[in-house]
Design a binder for this molecule. Structure first.
Ligand code: BEZ
Length: 236
């Protein structure tokens, strides 16, 4: 009978579990090599598979955009290094997809044949597959803290607009000490923190706080222009 093993699942707000790994770009120490940067650590089920290929081409073509937002990318699957190298070479030399061609994946792709890293990060979810990683996305901040986690099943390719939107939303929340409402995009109003005292709440409700709009005492917003966010967060 199969043993009922407890699977470690890192959580939001915790230090990203540490590991040393071999990648297509040499050895990395995670997360210490990335201190000072945001990093997206993501897993994919297998090399030489179609959904993963579409995702890698998309991520590689967006690497510069993520880089300008101070975010590095690190991929992982439970395949070996030579499989990774052969797959990435095939992508570069042979695959043209949705206008993307000659795509070179320059970010590191971790080999994890022992599944040590995948297990550490809860990427192996046996109900979906016990031999492949699910499509996990871990956002790790410049201090090495896990800030968001998204999991997708094997059959579902990720939405890269959302991956970028979530990054900018978290950076904006940190920088401007606000929260972001449903479907927020840069330029939309943001949510101001709850008023610390009844007096401030009343002033807000009475429209006395400049630029703040309240829908009720617990739900107030203010504008932050997109240009302000871009200036603060995006490198030229
Ligand atoms: C894919 O990337 O196409 C894929 C990988 C594993 C299972 C199903 C689809």
């Amino acid at each position: 009978m199969e043993e009922n093993k407890t699977i470690a699942m890192p959580r939001i707000g915790e230090k990203a579990p540490e590991f040393k790994a071999v990648t297509t770009q040499g050895e990395i120490n995670f997360p210490s090599d990335y201190t000072g940067n945001w990093v997206i650590l993501f897993s994919h089920p297998a090399d030489f598979t179609p959904v993963c290929t579409s995702e890698f081409m998309t991520f590689a073509s967006l690497e510069e955009k993520f880089g300008k937002a101070n975010c590095k990318l690190v991929g992982l699957s439970v395949d070996g290094l030579y499989s990774h190298i052969a797959w990435l070479r095939t992508i570069k030399d042979k695959i043209e997809y949705k206008g993307m061609k000659d795509i070179e994946v320059k970010f590191p792709l971790i080999e994890d044949i022992t599944m040590d890293v995948a297990n550490k990060y809860g990427m192996i979810q046996p109900g979906e597959s016990s031999t492949k990683a699910v499509r996990a996305v871990f956002y790790v901040d410049p201090k090495g803290i896990i800030r968001a986690i998204i999991y997708y099943p094997l059959s579902l390719g990720r939405n890269f607009d959302e991956l970028y939107r979530a990054l900018i939303a978290m950076q904006t929340a940190d920088e401007f000490e606000i929260a972001t409402p449903a479907d927020w995009r840069p330029g939309d109003d943001v949510i101001v923190p709850p008023a610390g005292s009844c007096g401030v709440a009343k002033d807000r409700m009475d429209g006395k706080e400049e630029n703040v709009k309240c829908y009720d005492w617990f739900f107030c917003t203010k504008p932050i222009p997109e240009a302000t966010i871009t200036k603060k967060l995006i490198k030229k």
